[in-house]
Design a protein around this ligand. Sequence first.
Ligand SMILES: C[S@@+](CC[C@H](N)C(=O)[O-])C[C@H]1O[C@@H](n2cnc3c(N)ncnc32)[C@H](O)[C@@H]1O
Ligand SMILES: [Zn+2]
Length: 275
Amino acid sequence: MGIEAGLDLLACPRCGSGLDLVAAGAGRALACASGHSFDVAKQGYVNLLGGPEPGNADTAAMLAARQRVHASGLFEPVAAEVATHLVGRPRVLEVGAGTAYYLARALGDDDAGVGIALDVSKAAARVAARADRRIAAVVADVWSALPVADHCLDAVLCVFAPRNLAEFARVLRPDGRLVVVTPRPEHLAGLRDRHGLLEVPAGKADQLAAAAAEFFEPVANSGLVRAADVDAALAADVIAMGPNAFHRVPDDVTAGSIVVAVNIQVFRPLAPTAA
Ligand SMILES: C[S@@+](CC[C@H](N)C(=O)[O-])C[C@H]1O[C@@H](n2cnc3c(N)ncnc32)[C@H](O)[C@@H]1O
Ligand SMILES: [Zn+2]
């Protein structure tokens, strides 16, 4: 499995046609009927970006820190809450998937589940390709047309990642769900005060609800706030996995209390209006 898992859902980024898995030299490729072809990397992901990786793609070091943080269970309550919204929704796209932690968790133990982990970072795709045999990992830019067929997905998941609401509406089935996790201003409080991390602006949930109204209606909206004690190594990893790592990771990170504070918003596509 791996990339094969996504074949019914993926679409050619050049022409939108379906993709088949074909032999290509010593390896494999995804190819459409018009002859566009994309090699499957030996690590199992496929690069559908069609250009260079942008500067804000997460690095291998950030991905490694993120894996250690997820292994610690710090974000487990978020993953558990997200998964409750995806029960009975077997075809799921996670955008800005990183390690595909939330996607693998959302697929649960459903053997028929299929996940597409999409990220603009090749380092992320390498990790996501190993996360779960039901996951197809693709490198693509969420700001471009997504390499996914129209109205084929039961859910789109977006956790701390950029959102292309028009494209999410295009790829979701009429009864599908969009699940978005955004940080609340108090997210990572403790760590933020001690180490002067980037601020989380207030009002993200309201801004999302307003922007989404063109394509979606809200179904659920909940907040989740948990405090935890972390040791110095885990605290340093929390900084190193996030946007602060693009600026600097302090070398004097200390143990202490930390807050995980997020909003989880669920939307369904608006019904098409009669022409
Ligand atoms: C803060 S991380 C979140 C990763 C994962 N959702 C998690 O919470 O563990 C944001 C992710 O979005 C990816 N990303 C940033 N810009 C993107 C874009 N334009 N298209 C797709 N992915 C993007 C980054 O490479 C990174 O993996
Ligand atoms: Zn094509």
